[in-house]
Each structure stands twice: as C-alpha cells, then as structure tokens.
Design a protein around this ligand. Structure first.
Ligand SMILES: [Ca+2]
Ligand SMILES: [Ca+2]
Ligand SMILES: [Ca+2]
Ligand SMILES: [Ca+2]
Length: 346
C-alpha cells in the first residue's frame, strides 16, 4: 500500500523491465516435511493426482486425507473437506499430519521419499521493500540492503502502486490503482497488465493480500471516509467487508499470526500506532513504531512466517524494519525523497 497524489488518466502505459539477479534465501527445513514434488508423487499413487477427487470412500482430495484428520489439523479454516480446498491447502494440512504422525499415515509413502525428504514445500520468502517514483511511475524493487532486484515503469501519472503475488508463482510483482475510476491493473511480469478490474468506488485506498491462504494475493480496498475494508479473493467478487480503524487511518496488511493468511490493520499517523487486526474488525496486536511523517509498511522481514511493522521516512528515504514490532532490526537508505514505499516477496 502506498499513496500518491490525485488522479489523471490516459491509457495504460507499460514497459521497461530491468531484471537483475535475486538473492537466494536459505530456507529452514522442518524435521518432517516434503517438497511439492514429493507430495505430487504421493498424490499420484493415492488419487491419480486428482486434487478435487471425492469417491465417497471417507478419504478426500489428492492426498486422500480423512475428514477426521482434516478437521483435527485445522483444514476447515480453508474448506469443509480436503477435495474442496486447493492443492496448496491440502499439502499444508498434510504437512501437519506428516510432522505429527510420520510418513506411515500414507500407505503410498514407500518409494516416494516422503519419509526422508525434509524439504519445506512452501518456504516463506523474505518481504523486501522498494520504492515508487510518482513522477515517472517507476517501481524499484529493492533487496533490503540498499540494492535493486528489478525495476519497471507501469501505470499512469496519479495512479497508486501496489504489489502482490497475483498468480501464486514466481514471487510478487507490481500493479497500480487508478483512483479516479477505481480500477486495478495487476501485472505478473512487471510489464503487461494480466488483470484489469474495477473494484470498489473511486478514491478508495488499494490493498492486497492472501486473505484465504490459497497462495495467491488478491486485491481489496479501504474506504478512508468510513474506515471500511472490502476484500475479494478472486479480484472481483466481494468476499467480506467490515469497519476497522478511524477516518484518516492508513491501511496495512500482513500475516500477523502466521497462519498463511493475510489480515488487515490500520496505522494512525497521529500517534504512529499500528493496529494489527483480523478480518472481522477485531484487533490482534497494537504496536507503536516510527516518527511523525513516516509512512507505515509491514512485512515478514525475517521470513519466520509472521509479518511485523516497519516505516519509511520520505524525507530521508530511509527504511526501518522491525521483527518484533518494537525495535528496528535494520535500517538503510533506498529511493529518493518523495518516493512512496512498496513491499513484496520479489
Ligand atoms: Ca507471481
Ligand atoms: Ca488468496
Ligand atoms: Ca494470518
Ligand atoms: Ca517475521
């Protein structure tokens, strides 16, 4: 999320990508865990690799998880039954079964490497920061050490930047919001718009997050006049709406509780306080961070699965990132005065 000035319009003006090397991140390997490739092998044996299968044999989905295990290990937060959940959601619950019961929970485990894989199927990526130059519509995707991973020009003057992993693969990419018309433009390649959609009303504040834990970010909007959030999981249908915060607040998003689903929150500029909420108007945590005039950011800076706060001082172009919502773990200069901060796991 970030804010820029008022809106002028024209046709989508894309292009210019400069891809630079990305850092590889060391992923921690849980004791009992398995890569997606290994789970695919198990699924091939269990269900022919059909992730939405339901043959009424009391086991469901690609990994033939029983309803009891699905409920016991928290699967109902995704869907009523495994076959109604996404592949990633089935694997996330299967990981819990594997860690708790071992590979013997699957009769198909022998020969797949399930017992010995130990790879994290969905390693959490570090959230990185970047900046958006309103004057040139240039996005600079940084590496949290003052360097640049990629840059791109996208959108038109007056549009607001946003970022997300819209397609669920290859990390986060950019997007833009035309506040004059309430139209979102989402790019998967940092060049062309894969999605163009009107959502909400003009002059709302765009946000993005993985509200349903399917591995894909989708859009949302915050009406600053009513402090009401509007979220969608498919970039078009309203999934939920609720009031949180006060007029004048700035919206923030992140997975505060580490359940692989993003929540929303607000930042009160007046007292530099973050209110990290849930998706129904409640509060998970309250954190004071930053100084007057700084802009709020949030992200999983240490890739431990939970999002924490940060701030960008637009006067000095300095980022401050906290892993405990209290102290700055790192700070560095990136961007130019007047830039808007952006964040994402690119
Ligand atoms: Ca992506
Ligand atoms: Ca999602
Ligand atoms: Ca969460
Ligand atoms: Ca974290």
């Amino acid at each position: 999320m970030s804010r820029t000035a008022n809106a002028v319009t024209a046709l989508s003006r894309p292009l210019a990508v400069a891809a630079v090397a990305g850092l590889m991140l060391a992923a921690q390997s849980p004791a009992q865990a398995a890569s997606v490739a290994t789970w695919d092998k198990v699924a091939q044996c269990e269900s022919g690799g059909v992730w939405n299968i339901n043959t009424n044999n009391t086991y469901y989905g690609g990994l033939q998880i029983s309803l009891h295990n699905w409920q016991y290990y928290g699967g109902t937060s995704y869907a009523a039954r495994p076959d109604l959940a996404t592949k990633q959601q089935q694997i996330l619950i299967a990981e819990k079964i594997l860690a708790d019961q071992g590979a013997g929970a699957w009769s198909c485990a022998p020969g797949t490497g399930l017992a010995t894989d130990h790879a994290d199927p969905y390693p959490t990526a570090v959230t990185r920061v970047g900046v958006y130059h309103p004057q040139t519509q240039a996005f600079y995707l940084g590496n949290n050490a003052g360097g640049t991973v990629a840059s791109a020009v996208f959108g038109n003057p007056g549009w607001k930047p946003l970022t997300g992993n819209w397609d669920g693969v290859n990390g986060a990419s950019i997007g833009a919001y035309d506040a004059a018309t309430g139209t979102f433009y989402l790019s998967n390649d940092n060049a062309s718009a894969a999605v163009s959609v009107k959502f909400g009303n003009p002059n709302w504040v765009p946000i993005a997050g993985d509200w349903n834990g399917d591995g894909k970010d989708s859009i949302g909007a915050f009406d600053p006049s009513t402090s009401k959030f509007y979220l969608t999981n498919d970039n078009s249908t309203l999934a939920t709406s609720f009031v949180y915060g006060s007029p004048g607040d700035l919206p923030v998003t992140g997975d505060w509780n580490g359940d692989n689903k993003d929540e929303v929150g607000v930042y009160h500029p007046d007292n530099q306080t973050f209110y990290q909420g849930d998706l129904s108007g409640g509060t998970y945590k309250v954190s004071k961070f930053g100084n007057p005039g700084w802009l709020p950011i949030t992200g999983d800076w240490d890739a431990n699965g939970t999002s924490t706060v940060g701030a960008y001082d637009p006067a000095t172009s300095k980022f401050y990132l906290s892993n405990d919502n209290v102290n700055a773990a790192t700070s560095f200069v990136y961007g130019s005065p007047g830039d808007a901060p952006i964040t994402g796991a690119w």
